[in-house]
Design a protein around this ligand. Sequence first.
Ligand code: GAR
Length: 219
Amino acid sequence: MGNRQGGKRLKTGAFCLNTGNEKVKHILTLVSGNGSNLQALIDAERQDGLGNGVIAAVVSDKPNAFALERAKNAGIPAFTILPDKNLPKQARRLELSNRILAKALELRIDFIVCAGFLSILSGDIIAVYASRMINIHPSLLPKFGGQGMYGENVHRAVLDAGERESGCTVHFVDVGADTGQIILQRAVPVLSSDTPETLAERIHVQEHAAIVEAVRRMI
Ligand code: GAR
């Protein structure tokens, strides 16, 4: 596969080493679970490209995330960086964030994409990657964001609130939880027959298009 840290994949699937072309932008994708958003990015990179972006590496905060398999199948270097369970919550967040930042700097990462990444980042990584780090969230922010609002919890809260519309948001990451500047949103109707699972499924389809578009725009 070649050195993914210093090159660009060609449309043929081959990987071309950098020859002083500094335009190639290295993307680090952060994941925690299934990784369908990661897969959308991998597929987009291979089909129409992500601008000058190349998914250079994947980091998971969960050891068994299926996203790691997806990265492996695509030949993308994948790392597991686990939170230190012995630390209290804030210190644990900061320590995890600092180790991710160190990895990003080591790999000379230009952009970070939180694609189904469920830990909250804090500390220097926010400033170092300001306007270069985005997150996808499965609701129409500012509704149904913040601590504890992730995955199925979000869809259940949307249904409990009787919302008629939900969707997804891609936003820059700032010091708050889901409070950064919004890049784009895609909406779907909420049906009276919806369960958290069916709503999540409909939103996932929109997420895959949204994350690709947002990464292209950011780059
Ligand atoms: C996605 O729905 C994403 O929006 C959500 O986790 C799911 C991951 O799916 N993220 C959050 O809830 C962040 N607060 P995936 O692993 O299949 O990409």
